[in-house]
Ligand binder design. Structure first.
Ligand code: ABU
Length: 823
């Protein structure tokens, strides 16, 4: 590559040294009579090694035009038009040097003819200082349409912006809404890319990335790959295009699923040439493979309807003449359809000379009326320059490139042609007229894989739903649970008069059953998801789940809790007090009601302040197994969430959690209490253990596995089902067994059972009996006391009597003693 650049440098230096000799030698030898010759200057890109070297075919075309113009007696009467030209190599510096040589060497040039955007930009900007009109046959840069910067610039070559509506039209046709741009860092391509960005964005096409390079496209192409670009518009000269193509091959950015838009003015087989000179690291086959299938857009440069044009010839006749001329000049490859660069633009060069000649002709006639001549033109004569400008602006004719007319910005209006490289040959796919937005399409495009490539990987969002089998199984068990609850409700009502039922507070049991029915229903709601509920109704489902599960819990657990609460209260009173406390159903209802009120308050505030909505959790993309299309699956899982979800859940869980812990404590405290008034207190306690333990485990685990819909649902559903069934079993199975074992009690109690009055009397008698027993025991106590007192008194009396008897007996004994002593 370095050797190649050095050789280019040497060629440029040599070129500058020889420039002046060459310019003077370029004067057409036919223009001998200087007085009768009008001179125009020409700057052609021919022998360069980069950029566009279209002068190879355009210079011969311009000479043919010059010949034709000079043969016309009605044009520029009495004058011959002469073209003084030189090669710019499509190098702006050399282009400027050629221009200075043309201007600072006699004779005076009336106009300048140029090609290649980079050179035209230089000379187009400077030409006004010499009052020179510049006409370009090979400059596509949109920047050249800026009248302020290029006030005297005209071109027969359409602006590169004409491709952009065509490209966008195709993108819309094939449904591509995301494209990338790769551009060479030259003003022509920068301004084209800018225009494309605007055009694309206006039409809803997003620019994924815009990569730029000066000479080496390696990094830029890698970046395109990194961005996963699929539809790429490439804007570069042909030498750079070959480097890009080689990188495209190396980065595997071609073939199925990739579409490249290239500029259409590269000559046929451009990707097969100069591979060695340009030291490309790709083989011919690799270049062919990478190039296959790309699309090109190009303004139509050859008149398609083959009408007679201004030069009394048809486009086809001109083509033949040009090919002969090129062959004579040594381009023998044209026999094999290998054309020199600029072959496509040759009609533009031909028509450019014609438009200059026509404008000069009109100006000459106008000047003649003013007694002036074109020979009066000097580089400081703006008057004649203005008149040439006016004439150029008004120029209209049918040329070999089609109808020639200039817009106010000096650009050419043109149709565009879309081609595709199919099996190594460019096939015309259609034409587009940007002015009428009319696309003529032949439907001959060919896509590798048989399908229009996508502009990106299609991401299909797929809702993760609860496995249908699991949902059906849990729903069936819950439905069965509801039926069992209803059966138990019936049982509770039918046998409510049995002593065993009465002593277990059927009202409380019925509330438990009601709560269980709601909990079972909530299982069904927990299993409903986006498969069954439309997105817009999902928030209602979220609300229903929260309300029904909360209410179900408060009813079922609340009634158990209130029962154990009463047991605890009774067990902590003295026997007498405890007997006086009656267990009225309203007290149980009040406690459950209080829990429901708390639920209503919390849930209402939650719903009012921060309602639950449907949110989607997304998971890493997955590759589908059943298709080789460019599709990826984005799994999503629906959740019910509020903005401050944690606060609301925390509040609700804290309240319920406290109740569960308190329930556990009360159950433990009353574990060995046996009360007649509440005969199933131990079973209720066991139910509470069961509910509390399961809830305390389930709530956090369900939150932890919330991203696994099946596990989370199964865990929650099984806990609810298990809690409900176990509580129902603990409370009702002993009662059912009792009813089954003693069916007679039911008959007795229902047919001859005591009436309410009898029952009250019984209670009164029991109370009276207890009072009497108390009285008796008091009396017995008193009797005992009195007896003791009497016994004490009697004992005292006895002692008194005994002492009296002793006193009376003493003299007698003394007498007896004395009597014995005297004797
Ligand atoms: N069609 C050739 C255009 C070359 C250029 O704009 O420089």
């Amino acid at each position: 590559m370095r050797r190649f650049q050095d050789s280019v440098m040497w060629r440029k230096l040599l070129f500058v040294l020889l420039l002046s000799c060459l310019v003077s030698g370029a004067i057409d030898p036919g223009a001998e009579d200087e007085e009768k010759v009008l001179h125009i200057g020409g700057i052609f890109p021919i022998n360069g090694t980069s950029g566009w070297q279209g002068g190879q075919a355009c210079q011969p075309a311009a000479m043919l035009a010059l010949q034709d113009v000079n043969e016309r007696a009605d044009l520029l009467k009495g004058y011959k038009l002469n073209l003084v030209w030189n090669d710019s190599l499509c190098d702006p510096g050399l282009g400027a040097a050629v221009m200075y040589e043309l201007l600072y060497n006699a004779p005076t040039k009336l106009m300048l003819l140029g090609g290649c955007s980079t050179v035209s930009t230089t000379i187009g900007e400077a030409a006004r200082m010499w009052n020179l009109i510049v006409v370009s046959f090979g400059s596509s840069s949109p920047a050249l349409s800026d009248r302020k910067r290029f006030p005297t610039f005209f071109r027969t070559h359409p602006s590169a912006t004409v491709h952009n509506p065509t490209r966008v039209k195709l993108m819309k046709k094939f449904g591509w809404t995301r494209i990338a741009i790769l551009q060479q860092a030259e003003e022509v391509f920068i301004s084209t890319a800018e225009d494309l960005e605007i055009e694309a964005t206006m039409n809803g096409v997003e620019i994924l990335t815009r990569q730029s390079f000066l000479n080496d496209p390696t990094d830029a192409v890698k970046n395109l790959k990194r961005h996963d670009a699929r539809i790429i518009v490439g804007l570069f000269y042909v030498v750079a295009a070959r480097r890009v193509l080689c990188e495209i091959y190396k980065n595997n950015l071609y073939g199925k699923g990739k579409v490249w838009f290239f500029i259409g003015w590269y000559e046929n087989g451009w990707y097969e040439r100069h591979l060695k000179e340009e030291e490309l690291n790709c083989t011919l086959d690799q270049m062919r493979n990478a190039a296959e299938g790309h699309l090109t857009t190009e303004a139509i440069m050859w008149n398609r309807d083959n009408k007679i044009t201004i030069s009394n010839t048809t486009a086809e006749a001109f083509r033949k003449r040009l090919e002969k001329e090129l062959f004579n000049r040594g381009y023998e490859g044209i026999l094999d359809d290998i054309f020199p660069e600029g072959y496509q633009e040759a009609p533009l060069a031909y028509d450019a000379i014609w438009s200059m000649a026509l404008a000069l002709n009109v100006t000459m006639e106008k000047l003649a009326q003013q007694g002036k001549s074109l020979r009066d033109f000097t580089y400081s004569n703006s008057d004649i320059a203005d008149q040439i400008y006016e004439a150029m602006n008004a120029t209209q004719f049918l040329g070999v490139s089609g109808p020639v007319a200039f817009k106010t910005d000096g650009s050419r209006v043109a149709w565009t042609q879309v081609e595709q490289l199919i099996r190594g040959k460019y096939e015309v796919l259609g034409y587009y007229d940007g002015q009428t937005d009319n696309l003529t399409w032949f439907e001959v495009e060919r896509w590798e894989g048989g399908k229009v490539p996508q502009d990106r990987t299609i991401i299909k969002s797929e809702l993760r739903t609860i496995s249908l089998g699991l949902f059906i199984a849990m729903s069936c068990i819950s439905a069965f649970g509801i039926l069992v609850s209803l059966f138990l409700l019936l049982f509770s009502c039918l046998y409510s008069h049995r002593r065993m039922m009465r002593m277990s507070h059927p009202a409380c049991n019925n509330v438990t059953l009601g709560g269980s029915i709601l909990c079972f229903s909530s299982v069904f709601l927990l299993g409903l998801d986006g498969r069954f509920i439309p997105e817009e109704n999902f928030a209602y489902l979220c609300t229903a789940r929260a309300w029904i599960l909360s209410f179900g819990f408060s009813l079922a657990y609340g009634s158990l809790f209130s029962k154990i609460w009463r047991v605890h209260r009774l067990s902590t009173k003295s026997k007498v007090e405890s007997k006086q406390i009656s267990v009225d159903p309203w007290k149980i209802y009040a406690m459950v009601g209080a829990m429901l009120v708390v639920d209503v308050v919390v849930l209402s505030v939650w719903q009012g302040v921060d309602p639950m909505v449907r949110t989607l959790e997304t998971f890493p993309l997955e590759i589908p197994l059943d298709t080789d299309d460019d599709v990826k699956i984005m799994p999503q899982l629906e959740h019910c969430e509020s903005t401050h979800n944690n606060i609301w859940l925390g509040t609700l869980f804290s309240i319920k959690g406290l109740l569960l812990i308190l329930g556990l404590f009360l159950s433990y405290e009353t574990r060995s209490v046996k009360l007649d008034k509440i005969n199933d207190s131990r079973l209720v306690g066991m139910s509470i253990y069961n509910v509390a333990v399961l809830c305390i485990i389930t709530a956090p685990v369900t939150l932890l596995v919330s991203s696994q819909q099946d596990a989370s649902f199964a865990f929650a559903a099984l806990s609810i089902i298990f809690c409900c069934f176990l509580s129902m079993a603990l409370i009702f199975v002993p009662k059912i067994v009792e009813v089954v074992q003693n069916p007679r009690e039911r008959v007795d109690s229902t047919e001859h059972g005591p009436s309410r009055e009898e029952e009250e009397r019984y209670h009164a008698l029991v109370a009276e009996n207890e009072d009497m027993q108390k009285l008796i025991s008091e009396k017995e106590e008193m009797i005992k006391l009195l007896k003791e007192k009497i016994a004490q008194r009697n004992a005292a009396k006895a002692r008194e009597a005994a002492s009296l008897n002793h006193v009376v007996a003493a003299p007698e004994s003394q007498t007896r003693l004395r009597q014995a002593g005297t004797t």
